[in-house]
Every structure is written in structure tokens, then in C-alpha cells.
Write a protein that binds this ligand. Structure first.
Ligand code: SF4
Length: 440
């Protein structure tokens, strides 16, 4: 049987796309391998959002070149860089056999079988809605217990630093009936937790009946047997009362909200074209806490945006200190092609960007200890997913989306949601003890 290997860069959207391609290949008789050396087909799912995407792609493809030479396997590129550069990738990396932009990945199984090489397609915009979102006929591929489901594709917001609207196109929502059907199939295959994906889920609108994202969450909760629902990402400008109330009213919506602030300074937010102020953002955080006081909040931040002064960066530090996030993801600014910010002068020196980033991460490390301290001694419910890296116990995610290593857990706990008493808060994870109920 022919084998395939997938190397995925970037966000959960890419993980979802890799999974869809894996399911499609498996349906055509291909076998998945975690070892690139065994593969007949290597697929690199590329990302152009974070730093040095092209360099990463070149070095990743170069790593597989010796395998291509010795085994004659095929190497395909999919994802955002494929969309951004199309056939240019073949000019730059001539040993690549196929380039598939977002929305064109569905051609991969057919091209792998009977393609003419090199093959290039990056015409996502010419595809119809259901071609962009073909339903999955099987369950999840990479994890038997949790999965991603895309609810919408693309973005209309044009934040001045972001390449996504250029490579993923404009917003398109999936029909809620199709989303429900996909989730029901996942539940039948053993999935307990689904994370709904969209660049800006607040803009979700059912193309058939105009249903909102909050209404979709209610429907999923009421009409499927799914145990846990999560979603990412919300844009702060669109986060409102209806979605905040969903955290109170939907019992299986997990208390975790990722609301990317990006900066704590109003002038920088304006330059970023984020269309909210720091004051608006803080109000949204308060709104989430009003309906779900114990909610875990997380955010993204960019430091060293063009023109950001020391004082403006310190406003970001103040915001992080004030909110008390459960987690943050922070990055140094670097320009992306096509974007407005690319035309601004990237004037914060690299060493200053790194110094600011480290300062912000140090602050967050200190704040985390206090914020996550609220879990100490508490019993949290953990979906047990896999063995811990050391192999001495099992681990999973709490309702608040934190990884918990569970003393006393056994292999048959995998796939179950078990109560765990938290005994230690570590830097990135927590340790706990499985709570065993006493016979009456
Ligand atoms: S909301 Fe802004 S940062 Fe997010 S994907 Fe859209 S343009 Fe990019």
C-alpha cells in the first residue's frame, strides 16, 4: 500500500486542512505514516502568517530532497504559501511535484494517482462553496477524541499587518446543516470535543438562513451528542452580548475565549486597522467575565509594530497585567507581502523587538502563576487523550484548555472525561491526581 506523510506549519486551520487531505487519501487506499522515510508522497502544508515562511518552506523541502533522490517519491506543497506564490514555487524549488492553494487540496488524491507533473493550482476563488468545504465522510484522522471543524473560510478585515485576506480570500460561511452533519459523524466515530474554526467566527452567517454563530453553537449543543465545544478565533470588534451569553447558557461550551488584542495602545491599534480601542477591548473582556466569571482568557500580541515607541509598548504590558490572561501568544512584527504595513517603515530595531518580546513574556510568566493559581486544589474535568511524553502517566485537556498530567490514570481512561484534583501548576502544564469515587 502506498504511504503518505504530512508536515504541517501554522494555525489550526492548516491542521484541519491536513486532516481533510489525510482522510481523502486514506479513502483512496493510501496509508498514513509518521515517518517521512517510509513515504511515497510527502505533503508540506505551508503557512505565510508567521515569521520567515518562505525560508521555512525551503529548508523543510530541502530536508526531504535526499529522500526524493533515493526513492523517487513525490513532494507536494499546499497551504497559504502555495496560494501566495503558485507556480513561482516550482521556479524556486524545481524538484517540487505539485502546488495546491487553499481550496485546491481536494485535487491531491487524483493528482497523486494520475497527475502530470509539476502540477500547479492556486485558484481557490474559482471554486464553489461546497468544493472549498467538502464534507468529511469519516471521523477524525490524527486524534480519535478531539477534532477541528471549519465553519467559515477567509477574512474581510484587512488588518494592516495580515496576509490572510490575500491568501485565504474573502469570508465564506458553511451551511449549518452541513456542519451539524459533519459533527454528528465525528461523534459517531468517538470524537468528544470539537473546536470550530474560522478566522473571525463572529462573522459567521449561515448562507441559507442567516443563522448567527451563537445560534449555531446552540444548535450544535442541542442536536448532537458532542461533549465539548470550543471555537477560535473571535475578533474583538465583533464580540458581543449574544456570544458572551452563550458561555453562560450552553453547558458544553468550554470556558475558554481567545480574543486577540494585538496591542495595548490606541494609536498602534489604529495603524493596525483593528477597529477597536483598548477601552472597547477591556469592555469585551468584562462582558465575557460577566457571563462566565471563571472563563480562561487568551490573546495574541505583536511587538515592535512600525513606529511603536517604548511608551506604546508599555501600554501593551499594562493591558496584559490588567486582564490576567490564562495564556498569551506574542510575536515580533515582521512585514508580509501585499499588506499595508509592508509599506510602513519597519523602524523598531530587531534587538529592541526581541527585548520587548522577552519583557512581555516574562511579565506573562509572572502573571500566569497568579492567574492559574486559581486551579490549585480544585477538581477539574480532563478529556484524557494520550500518554505523557515520559510514558509514566496519561494527559489531556481541562475545560479551560490547559494540559493536565494525571497521576493514577490508566490506558482505559483514554477518550474519557475524568475528574482530576490539581496539585501543581507548572510553566506550561498542570499536574493532578485522578479522583476515584468511593463506593457507597
Ligand atoms: S481578523 Fe485581521 S488578523 Fe485576523 S485573519 Fe483577518 S485580517 Fe488577519
Amino acid at each position: 500500500m502506498k504511504k503518505f506523510f504530512i508536515h504541517t506549519f501554522g494555525c489550526q486551520m492548516n491542521v484541519y486542512d491536513s486532516e481533510r487531505v489525510a482522510v481523502m487519501l486514506a479513502e483512496k487506499g493510501w496509508e498514513y505514516t509518521e515517518n517521512a522515510e517510509e513515504a511515497d508522497l510527502i505533503i508540506i502544508n505551508s503557512c505565510s502568517v508567521r515569521e520567515k515562511p518562505l525560508l521555512k518552506l525551503y529548508s523543510c523541502a530541502g530536508r526531504y530532497l535526499p529522500l526524493k533522490k533515493s526513492k523517487g517519491l513525490r513532494i507536494f506543497i499546499m497551504g497559504c504559501v502555495a496560494q501566495q506564490l503558485g507556480g513561482e514555487i516550482i521556479e524556486k524549488i524545481p524538484y517540487i511535484d505539485g502546488v495546491f492553494g487553499p481550496g485546491a487540496e481536494d485535487m491531491i488524491p487524483d493528482v497523486a494517482e494520475k497527475g502530470v507533473f509539476p502540477f500547479v493550482s492556486n485558484k481557490a476563488d474559482s471554486l464553489e462553496r461546497e468544493e472549498i468545504f467538502p464534507a468529511r465522510s469519516k471521523g477524525s484522522f490524527f486524534s480519535p477524541y478531539s477534532s477541528y471543524v471549519t465553519v467559515m473560510h477567509g477574512c474581510n478585515n484587512f488588518c494592516s499587518y495580515c496576509i490572510v485576506p490575500f491568501v485565504r480570500g474573502r469570508e465564506i460561511s458553511r451551511k449549518s446543516a452541513v456542519i451539524l452533519d459533519e459533527i454528528k459523524k465525528l461523534v459517531d466515530s468517538g470524537i468528544q470535543e470539537v473546536t470550530l474554526l474560522g478566522q473571525n467566527v463572529n462573522s459567521y452567517k449561515d448562507p441559507e438562513n442567516g443563522k448567527t454563530f451563537a445560534a449555531l453553537l446552540h444548535e450544535i449543543s442541542e442536536k448532537t451528542a458532542l461533549k465539548r465545544i470550543r471555537f477560535i478565533t473571535s475578533h474583538p470588534k465583533d464580540f458581543g452580548e449574544e456570544l458572551a451569553q452563550a458561555f453562560r447558557d450552553i453547558p458544553n461550551l468550554m470556558p475558554y475565549l481567545h480574543l486577540p488584542a494585538q496591542s495595548g495602545n490606541n494609536r498602534i491599534l489604529k495603524l493596525m486597522n483593528r477597529r477597536y480601542t483598548v477601552e472597547n477591548y477591556i469592555e469585551k473582556m468584562e462582558l465575557a467575565r460577566k457571563y462566565c466569571p471563571d472563563i480562561a482568557l487568551s490573546s495574541d500580541f505583536i511587538v515592535g509594530f512600525p513606529g511603536e515607541t517604548r511608551e506604546e509598548f508599555e501600554d501593551t504590558m499594562k493591558l496584559v497585567d490588567l486582564v490576567g490572561y490564562d495564556s498569551i501568544f506574542a510575536f515580533n512584527y515582521s512585514p508580509r507581502p501585499f499588506t499595508k504595513a509592508e509599506k510602513m517603515t519597519d523602524d523598531v530595531p530587531e534587538e529592541e523587538k526581541f527585548a520587548r518580546l522577552n519583557e512581555l513574556l516574562d511579565l506573562e510568566k509572572r502573571r500566569l502563576k497568579e492567574v492559574r493559581g486559581r486551579y490549585l486544589g480544585r477538581t477539574v474535568n480532563v478529556l484524557v487523550e494520550s500518554e505523557s511524553p515520559k510514558g509514566d502517566t496519561f494527559m489531556g485537556r481541562s475545560e479551560h484548555n490547559l494540559i493536565v498530567h494525571i497521576a493514577g490514570s490508566i490506558a482505559s481512561d483514554k477518550g474519557k472525561i475524568v475528574p482530576v484534583k490539581v496539585v501543581e501548576i507548572l510553566e506550561n502544564t498542570m499536574r493532578g491526581e485522578k479522583v476515584v469515587s468511593q463506593p457507597e
